[in-house]
Design a protein. Structure first.
Length: 499
């Protein structure tokens, strides 16, 4: 059986703990690979390699860093299909979706290629007599990234390219459920000319995560995952003196006003709710229909959802693939089965779905729940699967109040033709990312990604300007150079005079 090992110091390092985890093809249910799970000692070894590499990389020129990043960008572009195939094999998403994931990760690599302008400092001359003040930003040291299964290439690329461009070295702990893409990304970085030890990949479970959170050699931790784990990451790493950005879960709403183009809204709801089998933190999982349009909107969503073709990711005709594990599939199904008991109308029931020839895969069909109540499990929890809840309100104000009452505040959208209503929504809604007639408002690479409330722990969003600030720290230098014509002024124990 194939084994995925660690990548430390620019080379493959076999696991030494003796512990391995299974990697499954979600389309077949077959265990195809095993992944080495690191011990605390193996994590420590990787951090020490990164610390040694930082001594030179942290002092390297911006020109040297961007040379590597431009070469890396070209290699990623040339290897898009190869990376996508790894994602399909271990995550299960369809090939076109996997290619889209790589493309979104490439955006951040391109941002990192322009780090020379992003790291420009500030200078104020003659703030006093021959006194200048400058502000610069410097790298932190060794930083760590802990990334989720749902985007095994994109989310790591949201982290390490910027961190490395800023002069840090990086230890990545990807999901053990689909680890191969992260190793491929690291191999390509080495091929691009990145010095050994600057980017390291250590696989593992909670043992490896806890070792990173406690390690004194780690200066900062980036995390994307569920809210309970994000809270734990933030609390634990902060208590150990680390800078933390921990992005948590979501329950993203789409508010549809009576004046909206209902065909466009239905298209958007189906795409945003069921794309990537709903396994994304920016999925629309709740549609809030305002006024009399609810019945028509639900019917339009149902008509479109019934036509989605579900199948293995390597089939070009498939539009949605399986879920990551059988256990997750069963958990998602439980929300659908319990919805009717909690007052919802089950318009579409995707449980029990199978694909001919792939009966052991982790399959589930599309589910649509109408008249969902805010106290039901299907609404309160992040299901992370192809389940769309529809809630109904009479007015815009009621819809906004419903959305703002959610403990999550990741992303949200409004569908309307009314510019005034859209403007109000942008200002009144309590979420970090807002779409106007855009169902999944993931920012482009030069803006930052992040939510509010229980969707983000820490002060910094990820990538964009926030990402650059997260991976650097500021320093202010005040300088006075004496004029050669000046005579010595002697000792003065008074307070420094600036005027």
């Amino acid at each position: 059986m194939k084994t995925v090992n660690h990548w430390i110091g620019g080379k493959t390092v076999e696991g030494a703990s003796g512990n391995y985890g299974p990697v499954t093809d979600p389309a077949t249910g077959e265990v195809t690979t095993q992944v080495a799970l690191a011990s605390a000692e193996e994590v420590d070894a990787a951090v020490k390699v990164a610390q040694e590499a930082f001594l030179s990389w942290g002092q390297s020129s911006l020109a040297a860093r961007t040379k590597v990043l431009f070469a890396y960008r070209a290699l990623l572009d040339a290897n898009r299909d190869a990376i996508a195939e790894l994602i399909v094999a271990e995550h299960g998403k369809v090939h076109s979706d996997a290619l889209g994931e790589v493309a979104r990760g490439l955006e951040i690599v391109e941002l990192a290629c322009g780090i020379t302008t992003q790291l420009k400092g500030e200078l104020s001359t003659s703030v006093s007599n021959r006194v200048d003040v400058s502000a610069i930003r410097q790298p932190l040291g060794v930083v760590a990234g802990i990334t989720p299964f749902n985007f095994p290439a994109m989310v790591p690329m949201w982290m390490f390219p910027l961190a490395i461009a800023c002069g840090n070295t990086f230890v990545l702990k990807p999901s053990e459920k689909d680890p191969s893409a992260s190793v491929k990304l690291a191999e390509l970085m080495t091929e691009a000319g990145l010095p050994a030890g600057v980017l390291n990949v250590v696989h593992g479970d909670k043992v490896a995560v806890d070792a990173l959170l406690a390690h004194p050699g780690i200066s900062a931790v980036s995390f994307v995952g569920s809210t309970p784990i994000a809270r734990h990451i933030h609390t634990t790493a902060s208590a150990n003196g680390k800078r933390v950005q921990a992005l948590g879960g979501a329950k993203n709403h789409m508010l549809v006003l009576p004046d909206a183009d209902l065909d466009a809204a239905a298209d958007a709801a189906v795409s945003a709710a069921y794309g990537s089998a709903g396994e994304r933190c920016m999925a629309i999982s709740a549609v809030v229909a305002v006024g009399s349009i609810a019945d028509e909107l639900v019917e339009k969503i149902r008509e479109r959802a019934e036509k989605i073709k579900i199948g293995p990711g390597n089939d070009a005709t498939s539009e949605m693939g399986p879920l990551i594990t059988a256990a997750h599939r069963d958990k998602v199904a439980s929300y659908v089965k319990g919805a009717a008991d909690q007052g919802a109308d089950v318009v579409l029931d995707g449980t029990g779905y199978t694909v001919d020839g792939y009966e052991n895969g982790h399959w589930i069909g599309l589910s649509l729940l109408d008249n969902v109540k805010t106290d039901s499990d299907a609404y309160r929890d992040e299901i992370f699967g192809p389940v769309l809840c529809v809630l109904r309100t009479e007015t815009y104000e009621e819809g906004v109040a419903l959305i703002n009452a959610s403990p999550f505040g990741n992303g949200t959208a409004i569908f309307t033709r009314d510019g005034g209503a859209a403007r109000r929504f942008q200002l009144e809604i309590q979420a970090g990312m807002v779409g106007v007639n855009v169902p999944i408002p993931v920012p482009v690479g030069y803006h930052s990604f992040g939510g509010w409330k229980d969707s983000l722990f820490g002060d910094h969003h990820i990538y964009g300007n926030d990402g650059i600030h997260f991976y650097t720290r500021g320093k202010v230098v005040t300088t006075r150079w004496p004029d050669p014509a000046d005579a010595p002024v002697g000792v003065d124990l008074g307070f420094p005079r600036n005027h």
